[in-house]
Design a protein around this ligand. Structure first.
Ligand code: SAM
Ligand code: SF4
Ligand code: SF4
Length: 337
């Protein structure tokens, strides 16, 4: 490894979230509302998207600066053709010790085994409700939760570690907190509750729609007993708990109620080759043009290090009415979760 990249608040670059497509087969209201992401929406063109070889070069350069973990996301990453080939390439990069993927699970029955053989270890599957009608409404395309559960089973059978992501929104799916916890416990799945975030500008976010960790806990405590677990590593995002009977774990991503910018080690790469230093960043750094202009691996490394060393983002620590309303922000479906 070359010298590690450290930002303005002494945070090292450790993780890279890579969006491989901005397209999706769902239209979750909180992420890609159908009235905005309609048939005419100008999604990225094939030529605008990074090739697997380009992603491989960027990850290789990042690994030399300290990146150890990679998470593949989107849009829906499983829509990207030949995705296992990319996983395989990344798996072989020196220094990368962990590759994960976040998906809505629809395409897992066909792909889980291929992804596992390519080197994928773990997967996060998003499921916001197990009530048929509610889930069909939330995903915006009428898909039944049974389809996602099928994907989860396929991933487990393929030997992938599976976590389930549930975004909780007030007045929408709070009623599903306990049923989701039951389903995950029964199926040996770690459940992650995610606070609804003000990512982008198209999901109509407001403070009243958040269900905080504290509120989720209050519901869970009526049904289950659990104990806090220590963080596994510096910068771990989830606050984790284990059930008393040690069946499985639950975790909370408290991006709004207890922000965690001070240990944020995540850089982000968009499908069209821009590096973002925060989920709430306004602008990205165009690494694709730099790469396509013939830069060497050493130049690529310097380019990334230069971006990271200037980084001073801490949006969630500084969130105010003003930033929520007026800050220009990228969309979640473009940059990935
Ligand atoms: N399509 C894949 C999926 O849904 O898992 C990957 C991309 S999706 C943008 C990544 C994660 O971000 C999902 O778990 C999703 O529920 C979460 N997400 C999307 N919009 C969000 C928001 N406004 N607040 C909190 N989480 C959000
Ligand atoms: Fe698609 Fe994931 Fe966004 Fe839902 S959360 S619309 S599945 S990208
Ligand atoms: Fe990291 Fe930005 Fe999220 Fe803070 S707001 S944790 S800096 S991505």
């Amino acid at each position: 490894m070359n010298e590690a990249a450290i930002d303005q608040y002494s945070r090292p670059l450790k993780d890279l979230r890579i969006s491989v497509t901005d397209r999706c087969n769902f239209r979750c209201r909180y992420c890609m509302p159908a009235e905005i992401y309609g048939p005419d929406f100008p999604f990225l063109k094939h030529s605008e998207i990074l090739t697997f070889e380009e992603i491989e070069r960027i990850v290789n350069a990042s690994a030399q600066l300290g990146v150890e973990k990679v998470k593949i996301t989107g849009g829906e990453p499983l829509l990207r053709k030949q995705l296992p080939e990319l996983i395989h390439k990344l798996f072989n990069i020196e220094g990368i010790r962990d590759i994960g993927l976040t998906t809505n699970g629809m395409l897992l029955p066909n792909l889980a085994a291929k992804l596992k053989s390519a080197g994928l270890k773990r997967i996060n599957v998003s499921l916001d409700a197990i009530d048929e009608e509610l889930f069909a409404k939330m995903n915006g395309v009428g898909i039944s939760p049974e389809n996602v559960k099928k994907g989860i089973r396929a991933a487990q059978q393929a030997g992938l570690q599976v976590k389930v992501n549930m975004v909780v929104q007030k007045g929408i799916n709070e009623s599903e907190i306990v049923p989701m916890a039951d389903y995950c416990r029964d199926n040996n799945l770690t459940l992650r509750f995610i606070e609804f975030m003000d990512v982008g500008t198209s999901n109509g976010w407001n403070w009243d729609q958040i269900v905080t960790k504290k509120e989720i806990m209050a519901k869970l405590i009526e049904h289950f007993e659990f104990n806090p677990l220590d963080a596994n590593y510096y910068g771990e995002v989830a606050k984790r708990y284990q059930y008393d009977d040690q069946t499985t774990e639950i975790g909370f991503i408290t991006s709004v109620s207890e922000s965690f910018c001070s240990t944020c080690t995540r850089g982000r790469l968009s499908a069209d080759g821009k590096i973002y230093t925060c989920l709430f960043a306004e602008n990205g750094h165009d690494i694709k043009s730099f790469l396509r202009s013939g830069s060497t691996d050493a130049q690529l490394r310097e380019f990334i290090a230069g971006i990271w060393e200037k980084r001073n983002d801490r949006y969630s620590d500084e969130r105010t009415e003003e930033t929520v309303k007026n800050k220009k922000k990228i969309e979640m479906s473009y940059i990935g979760g």
